[in-house]
Write a protein of this length. Sequence first.
Length: 191
Amino acid sequence: MIDNLVHLDRELLIFLNNLGSESFDGFWLTITKQFTWTPLFVLILLLVFKELGVKKGLFTFLFIIILVAFSDQFTNLVKNSVERLRPCNTGDLQAYLRQFSYKPRGYSFWSGHASLSTTFTMFVVLLFRKKIKFIYLLFLFPLIFGFSRIYLGVHYPIDVLVGYISGIILGTIFYQLYKMLYASVFKEAYK
């Protein structure tokens, strides 16, 4: 069963990767860079301070930093334990994938881009779902960010999917932890 899943994962990667075209390569190479998303992060940071004020906003900002650091290090722990090679660095796959000069090192399972962006997004959505009507649109960020990894052949679809799942779980856990700490620090429940 695992062999069949790995085979399907590989075939889906080849199919999705080969849907790309040179005219869109620059776009996806830009999308995959974390720096590209800086305006979104600044907007969310401004939103945190606008909605929560300075003191609670600073608390939330520091909590988000811890969330990001934990998600990143936990993903690295899993990657270094599983040691699945990235598809772009796998010799027998290179003939089937579109080639890019962008070939990150390290391991593939699971996608840190997908996991971290989903953890962050899940937390922010849970934080503001009662306050901001269109906050759920923020889920476009990890979907687009994660797909960029498949487009560029640096992650298998399963890497991205499991990254999304881990992000949903971590984002939810961190939100629950945040509510407990918020109540402890500010002597009131987070609403």
